[in-house]
Structure formats: structure tokens, C-alpha cells
Design a protein around this ligand. Structure first.
Ligand code: BTN
Length: 243
């Protein structure tokens, strides 16, 4: 485990370490990131008070099977936040954890592959914990992001939360390796309140609107579009459509 006060991005450092042979289970943690990255080329605002870490994993799975990793990580965060703080937590396809419809955690999975197999995966987790979104976050994020401090009205104990997250990740990762994606997905869906609702999917190949039917065994989001055709999405962002 490598603990840093400040780093550009824990994912970048973890990838470099993995390239140099860092072993399975190595964790890189930082108090703050100066170049935190999100999905789809976005920035991840990383002030002090949040939790930012990346795990280096070397699962013996195919690239196709590896999709389960982000779901296992999302589920771990959702379970910990629910069990520890009693929050009503939602998982949103594919990598987000929400409280009160606002993002409290994001997950960034990056991989090096070799002939259809995973050489290593770096899974980065950012949790908005002891940060005040209204005061500290950029204007454009204030309506879509929340933090544990904002939701609970008090600060949480960061070391304790980090320990719980790492323990839960460890057990769900083991479960994923032993039992495969299906079991993780079943648990993940218990938090997936967007299923059965009208959603808008953006990114990837455009903007689509329809009924979120399922997340299938490939991790794809299955949507019945307004013209009643059914489409599977592998990348993109989901937002709830208010009608
Ligand atoms: C997203 O929702 O877009 C994913 C955000 C992932 C943020 C975490 S913070 C730790 C790790 N290091 C990074 O640069 N990003 C991830």
C-alpha cells in the first residue's frame, strides 16, 4: 500500500507501477490529486477530505469477463455506504454510486490486455467524503454531485471508511473470481433504482431515450427505445428522464 499526500492521479501512478511489475492487490492512495481523471476524458475534482485510491489487480480473466470488476467495486462502495451510514444508495450504470440522485462516488477502470486476456487492471475509486460540495466544488458540479458530509450533516472518519471499503472490495473481488459476474451483478441490481425507468443514454454513439430494461451478463445496459427497438449499450452515461 502506497500512501501519498498529493499525486497527479492515483490511476496514472498505479498504471506505471503495474508496468514495472507491482503485484496484485497493491493500493495507491492519495489525500488529494492535482490531475484526477474521470471517465470519458473528464476531470475528477479531488480536494482534500475525499478518498482517492487505485487498486492494481491481475485477475486471470478475459477482457470480456473483466467488465465485472467495476460492478464489484461499485457494489462494494454502495454496500459500505448503506451498511455504515444507513444511506439510501443507488448504483447507476455502469460505474457510479449516487445518494439522493447525486454522484457520491465514481470509478475509473483501466486495463492492459494481452491477446484477449487481462494483464493488469487498475481500478480507481473516488469518494466525495468530507468535502462541502456547495462551498468547494466548481459551479457546474454543484447540482449533480454530493458528498457524505453534505448527506449526513457531519464529517466521517476517513481511515475507518477506507478500511471498510478495502475489506469489502477484497471480499467482493474474491467472490467475483470464484463465482463469476452473475452473483455480483445480482447484488448490484438491488441498488439499481434506474432499472424500469425512462432514461437517457449519452456518449458512445449519440443520445438515446428509452426504458432501462436490464443490465445483462455482459454488463451491457439494455434499453427499449421509443421506436420499440431494443438496444444494448456498452459505454455511455445514464440520466433519468423526467417526464
Ligand atoms: C468517473 O466517475 O468519471 C470516474 C471517477 C474516478 C475517480 C478516481 S479518484 C482515484 C482514481 N484516480 C483518478 O485519477 N481517477 C480515479
Amino acid at each position: 500500500m502506497l500512501f501519498l499526500h498529493e499525486v497527479g492521479s492515483t490511476n496514472d501512478l498505479a498504471k506505471e507501477m503495474a508496468d514495472y511489475g507491482a503485484s496484485e492487490g497493491t493500493i495507491v492512495i492519495a489525500e488529494t490529486q492535482t490531475a484526477g481523471r474521470g471517465r470519458l476524458g473528464r476531470k475528477w475534482f479531488s480536494p482534500r477530505g475525499g478518498i482517492y485510491f487505485s487498486a492494481i489487480l491481475r485477475p486471470k480473466v478475459t477482457v470480456k469477463e473483466s467488465v465485472g470488476l467495476v460492478f464489484a467495486f461499485g457494489l462494494a462502495v454502495a454496500e459500505v455506504l448503506h451498511e455504515k451510514y444507513g444511506l439510501h444508495v443507488e448504483t447507476k450504470w455502469s460505474n457510479d454510486v449516487l445518494v439522493n440522485n447525486r454522484k457520491v462516488c465514481g470509478i475509473l477502470s483501466e486495463m492492459k490486455t494481452n491477446g484477449g486476456k487481462v494483464n493488469y487492471a487498475v481500478i480507481g475509486v473516488g469518494v466525495n467524503a468530507n468535502v462541502n460540495v456547495k462551498k468547494e466544488f466548481p459551479e457546474e458540479l454543484k447540482t449533480v454531485v454530493t458528498s457524505l458530509e453534505n448527506e449526513l450533516g457531519k464529517k466521517v472518519r476517513l481511515e475507518e471508511l477506507l478500511k471498510l471499503l478495502l475489506e469489502k472490495l477484497d471480499s467482493l473481488y474474491e467472490q467475483f473470481l470464484k463465482e463469476g459476474f452473475t452473483r455480483v451483478l445480482k447484488e448490484w441490481k438491488k441498488y439499481a433504482d434506474f432499472l424500469g425507468k425512462t432514461v437517457e443514454v449519452t456518449g458512445g454513439t449519440g443520445r438515446f431515450c428509452g426504458l432501462a430494461l436490464n443490465v445483462d451478463d455482459d454488463g451491457a445496459l439494455v434499453v427499449r427505445l421509443e421506436d420499440r427497438t431494443v438496444k444494448r449499450f456498452f459505454v455511455g452515461d445514464v440520466s433519468l428522464q423526467i417526464k
